[in-house]
Design a protein around this ligand. Sequence first.
Ligand code: MTE
Ligand code: MO
Length: 341
Amino acid sequence: MPVHRRPSWRLPESDATPEQAVLAHGEARRANPSRRAILGGAAGLGIAAAAGGYAAFAQGRDPMGWWDAQAGNDPTKPLYPAARNDRFALDRPLTEPREAVTYNNFYEFGSHKGIWQAAQRLETRPWTVTIDGLVPNPRTVDIDTLIKLFPLEERLYRFRCVEAWAMAVPWTGFPLASLIRWAEPQAGAKYVVFQTFQNPAIAPGFRQTWYPWPYTDSFTIEECGNELAFLATGVYGKPLPPQMGSPIRPITPWKYGFKQPKSITRISFVAERPVGYWEKLQPSEYGFWANVNPEVPHPRWSQASERMLGTGERRPTMIWNGYGEQVADLYRGLERERLFA
Ligand SMILES: Nc1nc2c(c(=O)[nH]1)N[C@H]1C(S)=C(S)[C@@H](COP(=O)(O)O)O[C@H]1N2
Ligand SMILES: [Mo]
């Protein structure tokens, strides 16, 4: 099937070139939001209407207020905060939560970083996840049932986008390996595909038909079994906010962020290597493995260094995003493949 390709200057992640320009724009809007933008944003949203009056107005401006309201209604709220697993510690301070929840990539809600308000339209309950493909017992599970199958824990991870911005966040969730074991994949299952929700009624990105919706990406079964591979259901001690992929998303911190689809509704076990969303869109720029490497530049972004959200601090990029000790062995014998970017 032919895939409509946009010229590279119109490609989605190039909206962030130069990154500073986008950040400055976002900050200017935040500092001086137009009343119309605030009311317009709030009007489309059930909780804002329920809060009413000034509260809704203030909440419309305050991403932390939105998050608290949403987290307050979350059926899994009593599971937070989960105990921290100290084996996953960090070499740098955590990113300010406000920065992490207001600078996002979630193309279903728009191809820019300021989608957090638009994403509040995502209704994360009821929510189901379908487990299918090469498993003995394909099934669709309610998210609250699924989350309660596995004990939650907190881990501090680095997170790196191929656009060269980075953050350091405390995810809450459970090992991806636990879910894989529970699903009991058959011997022929070699890859695991994660698929994002698809509801054009609430997310304007789906009208941009040149994108290969739904957003999917995949890992090998071996990668899913690595101790770092995680299914995040929360961040900063609370259930995930919609803009960060509520109610559940995979996290593989040694890979670029685009490999990790948000707001998952399907996990499929398959035999053949799938082609993910970005690789479908632009195979010359995005590959299957997409492991972090400072020496392999993306055509539009040097990967030599990264910029921390919030502080703007520049740090040298680390190969495997600093997780070589845990993951490098996964790639022995695969040196001839395009392992990076
Ligand atoms: N469904 C979906 N998942 C997605 C994306 C997206 O556009 N849609 N963007 C990816 C990219 S490019 C990055 S860098 C991370 C960003 O995660 P964050 O916004 O929570 O920091 O989400 C990834 N997962
Ligand atoms: Mo990204």
